[in-house]
Design a protein around this ligand. Structure first.
Ligand code: A3P
Length: 273
């Protein structure tokens, strides 16, 4: 991939690559954004299952997810956000660049993590299919960029570790893609409890069913034409989101073990700790 191809769609802010769809002015102004005490933030590194949790939240009464991440767009974003009540706002921001206001007001935050192999593979397919990301030829090429953190939203490792420092904060709920897969109803229960909502087991199981991979994939064609369903910072084409990822590499395991040796969150991924 040429650096020109990368620079036309990505730019750096505080050392992290962002899509050029996140304007420099907006990124520079994030700290002056107004968070409300009852705002909830849905945070993830890209390709960690954001749309899945977003869909779960859409199905919870009294929770309203805003359409696009806080860092996407231009400076008019803050005005756009003002019209929402009971906001659940998605973002892919690393903790270090999260607006100050959100930290000061101790807004509730749900942080989704996913094992890095599946995240990287999912990102690889996303880079290949999404015209808003740099062109990429091979898995190897993406993998090198991923290891160096030269991908959109920067290093997966730095992202996870930046949030790890705050994992015990009462206003932060950390959930993993893997635990959601294993027991969706249990995770949904955790989310509703965290949001202070009580729902019956029947209602929770119903949400788990409606947000299963098959249901969501089947609904993409329909939802692609409905502007009320856009979440992704990097495309409005939802059919790029529902795939099926796996695979890994020895190089990956080595770097993972070295970087994540003190990480408790990494224990969620089993294989490595
Ligand atoms: P794969 O590319 O590995 O299939 P994000 O929403 O953060 O962009 O993450 C996208 C990843 O989440 C994709 O992974 C997608 O298939 C997966 N995903 C989306 N909805 C899901 C669901 N309901 N159940 C399981 N995985 C889901």
């Amino acid at each position: 991939m040429s650096s020109e191809s990368q620079s036309s769609v990505l730019h750096k802010f505080k050392g992290i690559l962002f899509s050029t769809m996140s304007s420099e002015e907006l990124l520079n102004s994030l700290d002056s954004s107004e968070a409300r005490e009852d705002d909830v933030f849905l945070v993830s590194y890209p390709k960690s299952g954001t749309h899945w949790i977003a869909k779960i939240i859409e199905n919870i009464p009294n929770a309203r997810i805003t359409l696009t991440p806080i860092e996407l767009g231009d400076i008019s974003k803050f005005e756009e956000l003002k019209v929402y009540c009971e906001r659940v706002i998605p973002t892919h921001l690393n903790y270090n660049v999260l607006p100050m206001n959100i930290k000061q007001k101790q807004c509730k935050i749900i942080y989704i993590i996913r094992n890095p192999k599946d995240t990287a593979v999912s990102l690889f397919h996303y880079y290949r299919e999404n015209p808003n990301l740099p062109g990429i030829e091979t898995w190897h090429e993406l993998f090198e960029l991923f290891l160096r953190g030269d991908v959109v939203y920067g290093s997966w490792f730095d992202h996870i570790l930046s949030w790890e420092e705050h994992k015990n904060a009462k206003n932060i709920l950390i959930i993993s893609y893997e635990e959601m897969k294993k027991d969706p109803s249990k995770t949904i229960k955790k989310i509703t409890a965290f949001l202070g909502l009580s729902m019956s087991d029947g209602e929770i199981n119903q949400i788990a069913w409606k947000t299963s991979f098959t249901e969501m994939k089947n609904n993409t064609a329909k939802e692609n034409h409905d502007p009320n369903h856009t979440i992704c910072a990097l495309t409005s084409n939802r059919s790029l989101v529902f795939r099926k990822g796996s695979v890994g590499d020895e190089l990956f395991d080595e770097l993972f073990t070295e970087k994540m040796k003190h990480s408790e969150l990494a224990k969620h991924f089993g294989d490595y700790s």
